[in-house]
Design a protein around this ligand. Structure first.
Ligand code: RNT
Ligand code: ZN
Length: 418
């Protein structure tokens, strides 16, 4: 390992240790945290099942950066490259439309065998898999409603898709020996103000109940439900609002998924984690970055990311939280987006773990808010970067921006030849 990385680490370590922080122990804990990398950053949320279909259903990707993956093989190749630049062992989050099959199969007919190549690959790479049914970019979602549709046949189609998805997820969990988290997000909602807000919600709850009526061992699959305030085409009313899923998730024993971009622009999810985990046994996170709206920008080291990480660390909530990412930026190199967002998320967790939580807790309890503010602010410029560099080097991944050379090389040699 580069000597200056080691020297800086040793200096930093002394500083942290003077506040009672065991840095080696922190790095060990950090290496055990898995981030679920969303496959859909690699191809602008297109998937492989309906290759010519444009993205629709309340979400949008902008940008036309060259080289996005257009086959499962390319996507796996890109994921491997990105993962080789990120410290730690992680998971990959698949959507149903990323099935790897030559069969003409619709969403309600999907089976575990259509994902066998993903499973084999995950085994080979030592990765876990998470899953999402796809309730968008499909003719049966064209009018903006799926599980809460008034038409029985359309609703039934989507119920079958939900059931099929859970079987696939169960298979992932069983085969890979780690729980698969399956996230349900549906775009259902109205562009303009509805007359009846209740009936679609009743239909959504009934459809979900039907999907979840099949019992699956939670060792293999845990379901989560993701709310949203508004989407494109559902500006005035979203059936699956936050209140809807808080009630639904808690009453049905389902995990609640919080996406950082799914709330009012000034509302943050960091303040919600501790409350939800008092009443719900599990939480799924879609770490994302909204810029004025649910724009799904690449996660940066902003205040909210750090605050999410602090909440998870300080409240000891990591063991009950599945940390997934959810952003899609088509205007920059697709792999770089993964690498930047994932490295930032891990780095934010490290920063949070390098804070003197016990000391701060005591100060707060004693009512010394002056010291609380002073110490929190001083710690913002403590040398966490030296610890991060050492961590990257010890995990065998590039230190600092050296990863960018690899991404640029891959862009020249692989992406631009596609
Ligand atoms: C959409 C939700 C959802 C999707 C993915 C593709 O607003 O955030 O999680 O981003 O399922
Ligand atoms: Zn999301």
């Amino acid at each position: 390992m580069n000597q200056s990385v080691v020297n800086s680490y040793n200096e930093a370590k002394k500083l942290y240790e003077s506040h009672g922080i065991d840095v080696d122990q922190v790095l060990k804990q950090l290496s055990e945290i898995k981030i679920s990398l969303h496959c859909w950053q690699g191809d602008d949320v297109r998937g492989f099942l309906f290759r010519d279909k444009e993205l629709s259903g309340g979400i949008a990707v902008t940008g036309s950066y060259p080289g996005r993956a257009s086959t499962p093989q390319e996507l796996r190749e890109d994921l491997e490259k990105a993962l080789s630049l990120i410290p730690g062992k992680h998971k990959v989050n698949l959507h149903a439309i990323y099935a790897d099959t030559d069969e003409q199969v619709d969403l309600d007919e999907l089976e575990p065998r259509h994902f066998e190549k993903w499973v084999e690959w995950a085994k080979e790479q030592g990765l876990g898999l998470d899953f999402n049914p796809t309730y968008f970019s499909h003719p049966n979602a064209a009018d903006g409603f799926t599980l809460s549709h008034t038409n029985d046949e359309i609703r039934e189609f989507w119920i079958r898709h939900g059931k099929a998805s859970r079987k696939i997820a169960e298979h992932f969990g069983r085969e890979l020996g780690q729980t698969c988290f399956t996230n349900f997000w549906v775009p259902d909602g109205y562009k303009d103000t509805p007359v009846d807000r209740l009936a679609p919600r009743q239909r959504l709850a009934a459809s979900l109940d039907e999907i979840f009526s099949e019992l699956i061992d939670e060792q293999f699959n845990v379901d989560g439900v993701e709310s949203k305030l508004f989407g494109i085409g559902s500006e005035s009313y979203v059936v699956g609002s936050h209140e809807f899923y808080m009630g639904y998730g808690i009453s049905r024993g389902k995990a609640i998924t919080l996406d950082a971009g799914h709330f009012h622009p000034t509302e943050v999810i960091s303040n919600k984690l501790s409350s939800i985990l008092m009443f719900s046994k599990h939480l799924l996170l879609h770490v994302s970055r909204p810029v004025r709206w649910d724009s799904d920008h690449v996660v940066t080291m902003d205040d909210e990311l750090l605050e999410i990480a602090r909440e998870l660390v300080r409240g000891d909530l990591l063991s009950k939280t599945s940390l997934g990412l959810d952003f899609f930026d088509g205007s920059i190199n697709h792999l770089a987006a993964w690498v930047i967002g994932t490295r930032n998320t891990i780095k934010a967790l490290l920063r949070a773990m390098l804070e003197p939580v016990e000391e701060l807790r005591k100060i707060e309890l004693a009512g010394d808010y002056t010291s609380r503010l002073a110490l929190v602010e001083e710690f913002k410029s403590y040398p966490f970067g030296a610890v991060w560099d050492y961590y990257c080097a010890s995990q065998g991944v590039p230190v600092r921006e050296q990863w960018l050379n690899e991404v640029k090389r891959h862009e020249q040699e692989v992406l631009l030849k596609r």
